[in-house]
Design a protein around this ligand. Structure first.
Ligand code: MGD
Ligand code: MGD
Ligand code: SF4
Ligand code: MO
Length: 747
């Protein structure tokens, strides 16, 4: 029986895998896992089916002279990448090559460790990530508030007595920027201990149904509600910063900025009553250990950064920031960006460069919604080549058809992915990743958001099915090609250089536990490991709980984790302020200028909210993971998955009936979808899941295409962005719903 941490979502559940003849015959829950203690969901239970999927690519594909993608060997594939990319780089520089990094990269150890080498090789100015259809607004608001986009506070649920949740459905999503298995149980426990869980969502979700209280909110108006709550706290003298007071600057400016947002002024826009807003604010302030948490409903919307900011403003005003049971910063076990104890820094600077079509960079990246135009724009600086690393932007980002037209025009398109889908079908070369079980796993990029300091390492449990490079070797070979070292560069030497540099940085940094050590001694201690395991060992051993290479004999190392397959738990969240602040002032900069300006824009937008027509929001369900698990036997098929939820009375008013096909239309496009009427959705709002719309032409996902569905992101305009972050407003587009004539019987 192999033990493994699930890599599919952020919950990091421990799994048991029964493996026979190189295949997984059963997946169970690891009841001894230090964190998940026996929890798993249907996706984790299907992990083995990814490996077994006959449609999963096991060999590279290269577009042949006839225009078709044909299987080939690895050396031929890398030689073709070199032939395609090098001339573009020589003629136009590394900036002619764009990169799109998708969600699974965040769950992959080698991507977390090695992607940056590839980005650096390309010059780093044409980076697009899934962040701009996900959490980028939160990263930006935290970057401005706390000086580093890595400093994202998380709700310390297990010790909270009152949690206000906006735009998240952790009972189904299993949490995001909130790493904790079995969130239903954790939320229920708050209520059992006499606390409250309050949910603000345009849909009565599973999380909302199981909460103490739920309020509908008009999509895109969270910032109005949150500002009004801050207004009440100031007006009623409920602000209590506690020990935060000397660490926070800008309180008076925020007070002034919130002044206009009285509950009476915003209630109509939000769709909540004035009384409800007063009560939400008073209950939050009155709670012993209250906290506010928001997720994708508050980020991928028109005021995503402002909403994210206001969530933490409230956390500051009630003294919850950095306080047990409040909004706390993680203490990851592995050494990382938040490890040192310094106190001030350079902070976050915005717009250090702009894209060809005029988008300012945000935290080093550009909006993926601009990618299509960056490829097709008539400008010598346009993007001519593209790498996608674990992403399916043709489905997951706005206006897929426009992006697909642009992808088809690229001079070079290389994908690191194991499915032939709506994105990768346009590639010139596809380099298949290993299946998740063929590689070692440690949730390096995920653990900083966990409620405890955890460490759990899973070795690869299945052998590679072909003589193939590991994923980190693929990334380094791509970097070598970009740098002009050729497709046959010595990746082992590159890996040695990378590790050596990581060691030398620590040895040279006064605050590192390795300060002043001999790099040769550290390199020798890491041998004979190579690749991600060696780097991980370095990060573990030089982190806060590490053995510091002999200085702390009972500290941890990768060897110790191998001896503890159910993981190690180093305790709950602990206060981190002011040590981790990296703002120029060394304080929490509550009133950074971009926030105040944006609050002014919100005020001006206020009268417009009430006059909106029908607004479209998204939805996640148990058996999906964005666009990419619909090909697995356990997770494909089933009725009623791809439906449009509409309020029953709205449907009646439009003479529409449950179960009938409707046309959902926006200014950009239209799709057909089955109607599902419900009282669980706010009047004036409709909801459809993303990640669907699998296409048969040029793809290889035989089960996924068998479920009738469409891509909702066709309906979303590339121009609908959160102004500060450039993230797409995927929630809150205006749509119309009309009956589709019933199909004729003879067809
Ligand atoms: N089963 C499953 N789990 C997943 C995923 C998946 O696809 N399937 N995806 C994973 C990923 S990549 C992520 S980022 C996380 C996301 O994690 P969550 O954000 O918790 O997931 P969602 O279910 O999308 O929840 C967003 C909620 O916001 C609501 N909403 C929409 N617009 C608004 C608005 O304007 N205001 C407010 N207040 N609410 C709004 C929606 O109704 C929805 O209930 O889930 C992860 N987990
Ligand atoms: N309307 C709407 N749109 C949304 C959202 C929404 O709520 N509403 N949510 C957004 C969010 S939060 C997210 S995160 C994005 C997701 O956006 P993306 O990350 O672009 O899309 P995914 O569907 O997750 O596609 C992942 C791809 O990676 C491949 N893959 C899987 N595992 C691996 C691996 O280990 N290595 C490699 N190399 N490839 C792998 C899969 O085959 C697939 O092609 O979608 C966003 N889009
Ligand atoms: S909740 Fe997430 S981590 Fe846990 S089994 Fe399901 S997909 Fe895996
Ligand atoms: Mo996401």
């Amino acid at each position: 029986m192999a033990i493994r941490t699930c890599s599919l979502c952020e919950a990091t559940c421990g799994l048991t895998l029964d493996i026979q003849d190189g295949e997984v015959v059963r997946v169970g829950a690891d009841s001894e896992d230090v964190y998940s203690q026996g929890y798993l969901c249907p996706k984790g239970a299907s992990l083995g089916q990814i490996h077994a999927d006959p449609d999963r690519l096991r060999q590279p594909l290269v577009r042949g002279p006839g225009g078709d993608l044909e299987p080939t060997g690895w050396d031929t594939a890398f030689a073709q990448v070199d032939t395609l990319l090098r001339p573009l780089i020589e003629a136009h520089g590394g900036e002619a090559i764009g990169v799109y990094v998708g969600n699974p990269s965040g769950h992959d150890l080698s991507a977390t460790l090695y992607h940056r080498i590839l980005h650096r090789a390309l010059g780093g100015r044409r980076l697009f990530t899934v962040g701009s259809v996900d959490q980028l607004p939160k990263s930006l608001s935290c970057g401005l508030l706390f000086g580093s986009a890595y400093n994202i506070p998380i709700p310390d649920l297990d010790r909270s007595s009152h949690v206000l949740i906006l735009g998240a459905n952790p009972a189904v999503s299993n949490g995001s920027l909130l790493v904790a298995p079995n969130l239903r149980r954790r939320l229920a426990a708050i209520i059992e201990r006499g606390g409250r869980v309050v949910v603000i969502d345009p849909r009565r979700t599973r999380t909302a149904r199981e909460a103490s209280e739920h309020h509908f909110i008009r999509p895109g108006t969270d910032a109005c509600l949150l500002a009004a709550m801050a207004h009440v706290l100031f007006a009623e003298d409920l602000v209590a910063l506690g020990r935060l007071a000397p660490m926070v600057s800008g309180l008076d400016e925020v007070r002034a900025a919130m002044k206009p947002f009285a509950p009476e002024r915003v209630a109509g826009a939000c769709g909540l009553s004035t009384e409800a807003i007063y009560r939400l604010a008073r209950d939050l302030a009155g709670a012993e250990r209250g906290v506010v948490y928001g997720r994708t409903g508050t980020t991928i919307q028109a005021f995503g950064t402002l909403s994210s900011w206001l969530i933490d403003v409230l956390n500051v005003l009630i003294g919850a920031l950095d306080s047990p049971g409040g909004a706390m910063f993680g203490t990851p076990v592995a050494d990382g960006p938040t490890s040192g104890e310094e106190g001030a820094g350079r902070g976050v600077r915005l717009g250090r460069w702009t894209s060809v079509t005029g988008h300012p960079e945000v935290l080093g990246e550009l909006p993926v919604a601009a990618l299509a135009d960056e490829i097709t724009v008539d400008d010598p600086r346009r993007i001519r080549g593209l790498l996608t690393l674990a992403g399916n932007p043709a489905i997951s980002t706005p206006d897929g058809p426009a992006l697909e037209r642009a992808l088809a025009r690229l001079d070079a398109f290389v994908c690191h992915d194991f499915y032939l889908n709506e994105t990768t079908r346009h590639a010139h070369v596809v380099l298949p990743a290993t299946s998740p079980l063929q590689r070692p796993h440690y949730p390096l990029g995920i653990y900083p958001n966990a409620l405890r300091s955890l460490a759990n390492f899973s070795p690869a449990v299945l052998e590679s099915d072909l003589d193939r490079p590991a994923d980190w070797e693929i990334v380094l070979r791509l970097a070598a090609i970009v740098e002009g070292r050729g497709p046959d560069a010595d990746v082992a030497a590159m890996d040695d250089e990378t590790t050596r540099r990581a060691v030398e940085r620590r040895v040279a940094r006064g605050t590192s536990p390795l300060a002043g050590r001999d790099p040769d001694e550290i390199m020798a201690a890491l041998a004979p490991r190579v690749g991600p395991e060696r780097l991980l060992d370095l990060l573990l051993r030089s982190g806060p709980f590490g053995d510091h290479f002999g200085r702390k004999p009972d500290g941890i190392s990768l060897d110790l984790l191998l001896a503890n397959p159910h993981g190690l738990d180093f305790g709950p969240l602990r206060p981190r302020l002011p040590g981790i602040l990296r703002t120029p002032s060394g304080t929490v900069e509550l009133a950074a200028e971009p926030f105040l300006e944006e609050a002014g824009r919100l005020w001006e937008a206020l009268p417009g909210f009430e006059s909106h027509g029908t607004l479209l929001i998204g939805r996640r369900e148990n058996r999906s993971m964005n666009s990419w698990l619909h090909n697995l036997p356990n997770l494909s098929g089933g009725r009623g998955r791809f439906t449009l939820l509409m309020n029953s009375e709205d449907a009646q008013g439009s003479s529409l009936q449950n179960g009938q096909m409707v046309r959902l239309r926006s200014q950009t496009s239209a799709i057909e979808i089955q109607l599902e009427t419900s009282d669980d959705i706010m009047p004036g709002v409709v909801s459809a899941p993303h990640g669907w719309g699998h296409e048969a032409t040029g793809t290889r996902q035989s089960r996924a295409i068998a479920t009738p569905s469409a891509n909702v992101n066709r309906l979303i305009s590339r121009g609908e962005l959160d102004r500060l972050s450039g993230a797409s407003a995927l929630n809150g587009s205006e749509v119309t719903v009309e009956a589709v004539a019933p199909p004729r019987r003879d067809r």
